[in-house]
Every structure is written in structure tokens, then in C-alpha cells.
Design a protein around this ligand. Structure first.
Ligand code: MAN
Length: 349
């Protein structure tokens, strides 16, 4: 079996929680995760997911949420409360209600070389807003289409997890278009060009009884209204992508088809990356899918952290044959790796 070479940056992790000051007063940055990536004003930009919480005190779990007035409230639970299930560092369950242990928002950083990032002045963070984002916003994909940037991201609230859409031209003024895929849905990657007069997107509804955590594809006349949904890729029992699959960033157009790097997790919550190849003219046709992962957690920063054994990507930029892929490692730090499109295609075809 051929393998595509994965060139991790020697500067990994490029960004750690301590590199970013918190946006919300009184909080600390617990994790940096899964950035969207784009070019703007001759620079490489990351739209980071920044997860914040108060300094934790002994025997307690506390985290911020927005209340219905849009103000931050801190919820605190005793760790030994028998009604509390805190076995997953990312979520807790208390008396039938799920909460996130951190509150995420999106923050811009930029770079001249794609390695050293800084926060530019005059660009505000994008915070959760309204009742569908009371638990924050996460994992934003960014594409440039029709002369504007289109942001698709996860909106989290007590009523569910769905996909929101925002557009902007200058990263200072934002048009909020609301929820485009209702719960339970996340991992929405919009294609960077129209196919057959329609916009296309990969998305990931979850169905707990029949079905599962599968990648679907939909089309739209206007980026807001999506239909003609089809299930594209399911999980594979006993494989590295047995429990959940979800799209990464926008598919990359190649002469052989649309190349999509996706994440697959198994029952042990190990998150690896694989590839899909979709037909150029009819992306509902899957031409090929990785047998083995193209990348799996193996570096110390990928194996341990806030939630170890996780590699998760939803952003890259492409130059010639090279994919400069940014990813969240262990749900805590931001890293970069280089991959060759041709080599990935060779593993697929
Ligand atoms: C979910 C999301 C991601 C996260 C992974 C792994 O898919 O919350 O942001 O990286 O889980 O924890």
C-alpha cells in the first residue's frame, strides 16, 4: 500500500493557549482548536476556535455560558455530585442536560510566512450571538466564492448543534445568515465553485437510531437554502473511521476529481484523517476513499492534551501540488502539516 508523505512543521505546535489572551474578562484560554484558513491582504489568516473557561478550582467544574440576554454566566458543578457525568473533558451531563465545559468563539490571527502568527489590530472576535449560540460557536470553515468569504461553523445551544453561516468581504462587517443546517449537524464544507449552476456543501447530520454520523451532500441556489440531500459516506465497522466521519475544509479541485480530506473517529475517540475523491461534474459520486488513514495522531502533542489522540482539520491553503494543512491537535494546540495532492491521489487510485 502506497503512503502519502506527511511533513509536519518543525515549529509545531504553532500556537498554544498561552499565546492568545482571553476575549472574555475573567476567563482563561483552555484550548485552541481547528482553524479555518484563508488568504486576505497578501497574508495567510487563521480563524481560530478559542475555547475559554474560568480558572478551575479544586473539586469543581465551572464554565461560562451566555444567558438569554446575551450576558456571560458561570455555571459551577461539584465534581462529586452523583447527578454529574463528567467522564468526557469536553462535555458534561447533569440531570439530563448536556453542557460544554468550555465556551468557544472565533478569533483572527494572520501571518506572512504561514508559521508565525499574530493578532492584527482592528479585527474583532466573532462571538456566539442569540439563542442558538448560547454555548458558543466552533470549527469554522472559510471559503471565498462570489467575491466574498463564506463562513460555515457549528452553533451550539441547549436546543442542539447546527450549522450557521456568515459572510464578509472585509472581516470587519459581517452578515449573519442564521442556521443553514438544523440539529444535529456540523462539519459543513462548502465547495469553492458552483457545479451545474448550484452551490454544493458537505455536511454531517447525526442520527442516533437508524443511520449514524455520516457525511452528506446537498445543493443550493443561494448558499442559504439547501436541499436534494444525499448520504455520501458512511462509517466502516472495525476500521479507523468506524464511529464518525465528517468533512474537513472545502474540497480541492484536481484533474482527477474533488479531493476532500475528512476526519474519521473510532469508538475509542481516536481522530485520524483520510481522503475522498468525488466526481468533478457530479460530486454525489464517490470515486475513491482512503483505505488507511493518511494521517494519524503520533506526535506527543497529538497524543496528549485537553482531549488526546485527536487530529482535526477544517482549513488549508494550496500552492501547486502542496496542501498546507492546519489542524487542531489533542483539541488544544494548532499545528501545520504539508501533504502532496499527487501522492494522496496515488494512494486513492
Ligand atoms: C468534535 C468537535 C471537534 C473536536 C472533535 C474531537 O468533532 O467538537 O471540534 O475537535 O470532536 O474532540
Amino acid at each position: 500500500m502506497k503512503k502519502a508523505e506527511v511533513l509536519r512543521s518543525e515549529h509545531n505546535p504553532l500556537l498554544r493557549p498561552a499565546d492568545i489572551r482571553p476575549s472574555i474578562e475573567g476567563m482563561e484560554v483552555a484550548c485552541l482548536l481547528n482553524p479555518g484558513v484563508f488568504r486576505f491582504n497578501d497574508k495567510i489568516w487563521l480563524l481560530l476556535r478559542v475555547a475559554e473557561r474560568p480558572k478551575q478550582s479544586e473539586g469543581k467544574i465551572s464554565f461560562p455560558v451566555y444567558n438569554k440576554e446575551g450576558k456571560i454566566e458561570i455555571l459551577t458543578f461539584e465534581k462529586d455530585d452523583p447527578a454529574l457525568n463528567a467522564s468526557d473533558p469536553r462535555v458534561i451531563r447533569y440531570k439530563g442536560q448536556d453542557y460544554l465545559t468550555t465556551l468557544s468563539h472565533l478569533r483572527l490571527v494572520c501571518s506572512d510566512d504561514g508559521i508565525t502568527f499574530y493578532e492584527p489590530e482592528g479585527y474583532e472576535p466573532i462571538m456566539g450571538k442569540g439563542e442558538l449560540e448560547l454555548f458558543g460557536i466552533e470549527d469554522c470553515r472559510v471559503v471565498f466564492i462570489d467575491n466574498k468569504y463564506v463562513l460555515t461553523f457549528t452553533e451550539v445551544s441547549p436546543v442542539g448543534v447546527g450549522v450557521g453561516l456568515i459572510t464578509t468581504q472585509n472581516w470587519r462587517d459581517f452578515q449573519r445568515e442564521g442556521m443553514i443546517f438544523p440539529p444535529h449537524n456540523k462539519d459543513c464544507a462548502v465547495f469553492e465553485e458552483k457545479i451545474g449552476e448550484k452551490y454544493w456543501a458537505l455536511h454531517r447530520p447525526s442520527s442516533p437510531e437508524l443511520g449514524g454520523n455520516y457525511i452528506w451532500i446537498a445543493q443550493s441556489p443561494d448558499l442559504i437554502h439547501w436541499g436534494k440531500h444525499q448520504c455520501l459516506v458512511t462509517t466502516r465497522k472495525g476500521w479507523w473511521d468506524s464511529a464518525r466521519v465528517g468533512a474537513g475544509a472545502a474540497p480541492i479541485k484536481t484533474p482527477k476529481g474533488w479531493l476532500e480530506i475528512y476526519h474519521g473517529a473510532n469508538e475509542q475517540h481516536q481522530y485520524c484523517l483520510g481522503a475522498l475523491l468525488l466526481d468533478l461534474n457530479d460530486p454525489t459520486k464517490v470515486l475513491a476513499r482512503s483505505h488507511d488513514p493518511i494521517m494519524q495522531p503520533e506526535m506527543p502533542y497529538e497524543l496528549t492534551g485537553f482531549f488526546g489522540n485527536v487530529i482535526f482539520t477544517n482549513g488549508h491553503f494550496v500552492e501547486g501540488d502542496t496542501i498546507y494543512m492546519y489542524y487542531g491537535a489533542s483539541d488544544e494546540v494548532i499545528c501545520r502539516a504539508q501533504l502532496s495532492i499527487d501522492q494522496i491521489l496515488e494512494t486513492l487510485l
